[in-house]
Design a protein around this ligand. Structure first.
Ligand SMILES: Cc1cc2nc3c(=O)[nH]c(=O)nc-3n(C[C@H](O)[C@H](O)[C@H](O)COP(=O)(O)O)c2cc1C
Length: 193
């Protein structure tokens, strides 16, 4: 069993990475393999198709997905949004029904608005959203500051354990023949017709 953690920050080993590592550590303790994917600037420097294709192959193999982003102007980073727009459009089916969570890192504010945006990718794609003991956020401007956010770090560990539990429950259910019901034919209405 494996969880893919997507680091949507421009900084490879910054605050978002620090939060993702804490969640990954808790997942590993529960016997779940983890991989942290750094998207970096690839989503905005002309390499988005290549970056999304690479991630698409990884999401096919993953049993769960965690997306991390810094807060920029009270929103997720532009990089992560460009990347997710494309990833969900092209590989949404490969992520359907897989547990997912978003985590955000901020110096001070804009965390809940950012989580709201990120969680919506999962919710339109029939992915169970995994929660923690508080909303999935850490605070800091540097990894050192984030590590001082004791509550934030604990939130990441609880998130990791909860995701491990849910992935195992889904696998156990599948072994017992419990699968998602057959989908209905999709109804698609626009506001104007
Ligand atoms: C362009 C930019 C915009 C930012 N906007 C916010 C903001 O709206 N609220 C906030 O609390 N921090 C803001 N920050 C600070 C970062 O969210 C914070 O330092 C974060 O932990 C960085 O994560 P990273 O090291 O993974 O990039 C901003 C930083 C940058 C570079």
């Amino acid at each position: 069993m494996k969880v893919l953690l997507i680091n949507g920050s421009r900084r490879k080993s910054g605050c978002t990475y620090t939060a993702l590592c804490e969640a990954a550590g808790a997942l590993q303790k529960e016997g779940i393999e983890t991989e942290i994917l750094f998207v970096g600037l690839d989503a905005v420097n002309g390499n988005i198709d290549k970056a999304v294709k690479e991630a698409g192959e990884l999401v096919k193999e993953a049993d769960g997905i965690i997306v991390g982003s810094p807060v920029y102007y009270a929103s997720p980073s532009g990089e992560v949004l460009s990347f997710l727009d494309r990833l969900f459009w092209l590989y949404g089916n490969d992520m359907k029904h897989k547990p997912a969570a978003a985590v955000v890192s901020a110096r001070r504010a804009g965390t809940t608005a950012s989580l709201d945006v990120l969680n919506k990718y999962f919710m339109i794609n029939e992915m169970p959203v995994v929660s923690s003991q508080y909303w999935n956020m850490v605070h800091g401007n540097s990894p050192e500051e984030v590590m001082q956010d004791k509550e934030g770090m604990q939130i990441m560990r609880t998130l990791g354990r909860n995701m491990a539990w849910l992935i195992k429950c889904i696998a156990a259910g599948r072994d017992q023949g419990i699968v998602t019901g057959s989908p209905e034919e999709r109804v698609h209405t626009n506001f104007i017709r």
